[in-house]
Design a binder for this molecule. Sequence first.
Ligand code: SAH
Length: 418
Amino acid sequence: MTMGVTDLLAHIPPPAVRRLALRVRPAAQRALRQGHPWLFEQAVIQQPDTPGNPGDLAVIFDDQRRFLAIGLYDPTSLIRVRILQRGAPATINQTWFAAQLAAAAARRAALPGQGTTGYRLLHGENDGLPGLVIDRYDAVLVLKIYTLAWIPHLTTVLAALAEVIPAQAVVLRLSRDLQRQPVWLHGLADGMTLAGDLPDAAVRFHENGLCFEADVLRGQKTGFFFDQRENRARVATLAAGRRTLNVFAYTGGFSLYAASGGAPEVVSLDLSAPALAAAVRNFELNRHLPAVAAATHTVLAADAFDALTHLRQRGQRFDLVIVDPPALAKQESEVNGALRAYRRLTHLALGVLAPAGTLVMASCSSRISAADFYATVEQAAVEAGRPLQPFAHSGHAVDHPIGFAEGAYLKCLFATVR
Ligand code: SAH
């Protein structure tokens, strides 16, 4: 298998030697100077007659023909160029990539000492490599790309990666958009092992001392939602003695933390049966912890909206309810619908929340601002006659730095209900 991939990688046409020179609108020049990592298609006012291929390097000039930035060109994307470097020209090669990867690794250097061997090693634009995410699952690295522009650079990035963070295996994941463009993939496919050897798709790692497994080939994102690590840790501190419901539980991250924090009973609710099966295995992996062994864990495979209604009707009440839905607004047109869904979820969650219970509500929709999200949830609680007393608002963990406005997507509200 690895042999086949090596061949595929070797046959990917390299980026053009000649860099594409682009001139762009004044507003885009300002945005680039201020550090924005994207150049949109409509901002380009002058480009060479023969357009480039995905992954060619584009150099952007200002009106005085001075160098502004260099980035990865992608004619198939509305984000025409993703900026790699601004201000001063650079040679984009293995050394350059290795320096970016080393800087990203240094930002996370404290995590393994905290019992965390699964985390985001490189967070795309926020770590200087736009459209590229690398998640570390102990000795396995998962490289996920969101633009075809990375394909011709993969060999170089892999070499840089091997220099900085040697791994047992490097797995490739492709965003959904990319999977629809086979011509430019040059035979590469989602889930291929690019380097090393992956004996099993279920990879084990630790997070704050808890053991998890994740399916790095088929799991959502790259297999696990590392962005919620600190919010999960906070849940553990709130869970002692409290009956807990984890809505949109996925593989039981919040559930396991609640159990480890002393919740006697935990219910994991999710639409996905395979995700819940993994949640059960994740509990098994931590049976050696007395608190986890003592907790009763139940899974409920159902639609969250339906199940919350049924639980309320059956008189089920929980002292701690966590609601962490998938991104509800992926585009601007979905914002109002998403806010309505957050309102509805708040009502439903309060319907099963015991008196003096704690509600944890998260949003990972980048289109919804933190202010709008908190206001929506708090307003819904007032309507329900159960106003919230928020005691924490939290966002991104250290391995998900925020490098530009669109990079801030995660917000989480912790509140007590009277
Ligand atoms: N809280 C999780 C991540 C949640 S991801 C963690 O910390 O790991 C969102 C989850 O919502 C996914 O597992 C998906 O299967 C589930 N989901 C999506 N729509 C749903 C619905 N209508 N009802 C229940 N679960 C749903």
